[in-house]
Design a binder for this molecule. Structure first.
Ligand SMILES: [Zn+2]
Length: 131
């Protein structure tokens, strides 16, 4: 969900994981409550690159991103999704982003597959017409 206001893009990045089940405090086993967290950054920052804002809106855009984190009502322990997953033992390192070279290679391979399929289709249509 996003909308433009005075050069800002407001976007929420809610994770299904936060809602999917109940989460408990690793210190006092209390049920954690959901709290809102937010960050602001420019279109040319590393954070923006992560979400592909640069390509979508240009580097001069300012982004205000909101998401949910977890907080313990008893001890005040605060956890984001990564920390919670680590505490629950289900965290997986995300794959590193593709380098420019790898992205180029991937684009080329996609083009190649498309080109081959198109060629096969043309040959097939030609063959069927000639019968
Ligand atoms: Zn706690």
């Amino acid at each position: 969900m996003k909308k433009w206001t005075n050069g800002y893009i407001y976007e929420s990045n809610s994770s299904f994981y936060i809602f999917a089940k109940k989460h408990y405090c690793p210190n006092c086993k209390e049920k954690l409550k959901k709290v809102k967290a937010s960050a602001e950054f420019r279109g040319d920052s590393p954070e923006a690159e992560k979400y592909n804002y640069y390509n979508r809106y240009g580097k001069n855009v300012k982004v205000r991103l909101t998401w949910l984190e977890l907080e313990c009502p008893v001890c005040g322990c605060h956890m984001n999704e990564e920390e919670m997953k680590k505490a629950e033992g289900i965290w997986e390192e995300p794959p590193p982003p593709l380098t420019k070279k790898e992205r180029k290679r991937q684009n080329f391979l996609e083009f190649l597959v498309f080109f081959l399929l198109a060629t096969i289709a043309v040959i097939l249509i030609g063959y069927l017409k000639s019968r």
